[in-house]
Write a protein of this length. Structure first.
Length: 84
């Protein structure tokens, strides 16, 4: 459930909105951190980005492979092709 903070911010001429420092500290969002943007009806939601496996969504023990993120468990489940 969403909780109102009573904070209102205006969008600047470049389309930016400043997230107050108190909220960033509470949510563990630092400078240069990436945020994911979601849309739900008329709502815009921001979530701190955490790289996760493209197959299972696991965010632990991940590896980048050809621009994609894959966890070690899914890598171990990839079948090895049989060569003749």
């Amino acid at each position: 459930m969403m909780k109102s903070t009573g904070i209102v911010r205006k969008v600047d001429e470049l389309g930016r909105v400043v997230i107050p420092i108190e909220l960033r500290r509470t949510l563990g969002i630092g400078e240069k951190d990436a945020l994911e943007i979601y849309v739900d009806g008329e709502r815009i939601m921001l979530k701190k980005y955490e790289p996760a496996c493209i197959f299972c969504g696991n965010a632990e023990n991940v590896t980048y492979f050809k621009g994609k993120i894959v966890c070690n468990e899914c890598i171990s489940e990839i079948p090895v092709p049989v060569t003749k």
